[in-house]
Design a protein around this ligand. Structure first.
Ligand code: ADP
Ligand code: MG
Length: 238
């Protein structure tokens, strides 16, 4: 587990100002959901935390250590994307174990961790199958397994369910919640979906126009929205 701190974060892509002086503090084991209009910088925040995108100004800390200069592989973070590219020629088990093979983890330990991750995600019966033999939800679980197997201190989810149909989204939402309850790991989750945000989050961060509009529990945002924008997003009575 780990705490995460975004401190005075500013991000520019050439002439485009994306984020301006953003502060977000996330506690150990917290489930925090980032919401906001398309293009407001949600993915950029995750990518900077993962070390995939440089920060223009400000600092990011993981468990009080500033990680600005740390390469992605040293950050103890695993990310789950919407477009979970699985290796088509590799079995489910090999897909899940891939990140561990990459870093030379001993084989018996890989087997142990893959079977634990598979068990947690209901994939045990499918370990020998190829991705094309799985349903969409099962594939998304394999992508989650690939993150779980690394036993990271922080999970990042970037709209992981947007490609799934509505009923599958509801099921997978439950699975992600159970995963958090079981592991207790810090999770940061980006979504467009208001119900996803309300049901998963310990706290929600509403981003708008490069700034944090409001941070609070789902109930706080519902009962005391800081602006009409937040009220509209949350669906609280006007
Ligand atoms: P969100 O995830 O909230 O939809 P993003 O973080 O993906 O937003 O993007 C924020 C803004 O930055 C958008 O206007 C997007 O077009 C722009 N942007 C994202 N990545 C790049 C990049 N690599 N180069 C230039 N502009 C980018
Ligand atoms: Mg995005």
């Amino acid at each position: 587990m780990a705490s995460v701190e975004f401190k005075s974060i500013t991000k520019r892509y050439d002439a485009l100002d994306v984020l301006n002086d953003v502060d977000i503090s996330i506690s150990d084991g917290e489930f925090v959901v980032f919401v906001g209009p398309s293009g407001c910088g949600k993915s950029t925040l995750l990518r900077m935390l993962a070390g995939l995108e440089p920060i223009t100004a400000g600092s990011i800390s993981i468990s009080s250590e500033v990680v600005n200069a740390l390469p992605p592989r040293d950050r103890d973070i695993a990310m789950v994307f919407q477009n979970y590219a699985l290796y088509p020629h590799m079995s489910v088990g090999h897909n899940i174990g891939f990140p561990l093979r990459m870093v030379g983890t001993p084989k018996p330990e890989i087997e142990r961790r893959v079977s634990e991750a598979a068990e947690m995600l209901g994939l045990t019966p499918y370990l020998a199958r190829l991705p094309r033999e799985l349903s969409g939800g099962q594939r998304q679980r394999v992508a989650m397994g690939r993150a779980v197997v690394r036993e990271p201190s922080v999970f990042l989810f970037d709209e992981p369910l947007s490609n799934l149909d509505a009923s599958l989204r509801v099921r997978m939402r439950g699975e992600i919640k159970r995963l958090h309850q079981r592991l207790g790991t810090t999770m940061i989750y980006v979504t467009h979906d208001q119900i996803e945000a309300m049901t998963l989050a310990d706290r929600i961060v509403v981003l708008r126009g490069g700034k944090v509009e409001q941070i609070g529990t789902p109930l706080e945002l519902y009962n005391s929205p800081a602006s009409p924008f937040v009220a509209q997003f949350i669906g609280s009575p006007a």
